[in-house]
Design a protein around this ligand. Sequence first.
Ligand SMILES: [Zn+2]
Ligand SMILES: [Zn+2]
Ligand SMILES: [Zn+2]
Length: 365
Amino acid sequence: MRNFLCGNCGRRVFFENSRCLSCQSELGFVPADLAIVTFQPVAADRSLPRVDGKGSHRRCANHTTAGGCNWMIPVERPDPFCRSCRLNHIIPDLSVIRNQQAWLKLEAAKRRLVYNLISLGLPVASKQEDPACGLAFDFLEDTPPGAPGDDHVLTGHVAGLITINLNETDDPKREAARQEMGEMYRTVLGHFRHEVGHYYWDRLVRDTPRIESFRKVFGDERMNYASALASHYAQGPPPDWQLRHVSAYAACHPWEDWAETWAHYLHIIDTLDTAAAEGLIVQEGPDQTVILPPHGRPFSEIAIQWRNVRLLLNGLNRSMGLPDPYPFFLAEAVIGKLTLIHDWVAEAAGKVMPQAAPLPTKQSA
Ligand SMILES: [Zn+2]
Ligand SMILES: [Zn+2]
Ligand SMILES: [Zn+2]
């Protein structure tokens, strides 16, 4: 993610800020600008004029809720909620205090995800705007023991609706799940990036001419999903999975391979963008400080930058006695999969997507 400066005092401010800590100016994220913008004090009608004179905005209605949203809405739009919060379908029961903290973490990760998607030029419509092809989120908690109903909420995606279990925001529970599943990495943001990969598979690949290229690179997704998953959990991944997949879970089915690789594509692009903004990119050629949007550059160039930044990132953590934030090896076959995603994201950016077919029957985890 790029750096932001206060438009009043020029000090560094951050994606999460709603006020400059140096000069106390009002700040908010304006999706159309992909930037934290500085505002004059709030007017009597609750609008905030921009200090750069380019109009006025209102704060998202979730600015004053446990969602803690710092995104802005142009005053001429009638929506009470911002572009990120409009994607919500079900939010947690906020009368339960622990759910308020859980929701705050989920919204923070979702805003970063939506920033990624907009930066890449991908369409991000809510289901209210586009009921057939839009995106929506349910943030659900497990039913308490003894209460009626299904006791466990599965994090997953079906037909544009992404469900995240609130347990994923609880650090001890998430770490216990990571160890139990034998994963090298498990984060809230990682879940968002994985599940939205399933959504964009429906939008970019399913029922399009790309399906044949997909099958050549990722495998045939018509293999039985439920039995593939059952066999993965019973027998584990093939011993040589690292030669073909970005993670062990990716080896279980082509849909999961795509979603895992998609999540890594977003990890790589966002982290490289941050590294470039901080002047940490190791130069391999002219003008390689601008990462987003990455369209028009071969992924082979990005992969070289990522190799260098990954080493730096892991090395910095080791210096602090912390685990590697990116403990993954990208084999040639995985670079090939990332290249396909990179090329299709570039093709999709700013273009009309193919219409979705009738709702699928699958639900992928
Ligand atoms: Zn300031
Ligand atoms: Zn919002
Ligand atoms: Zn999945």
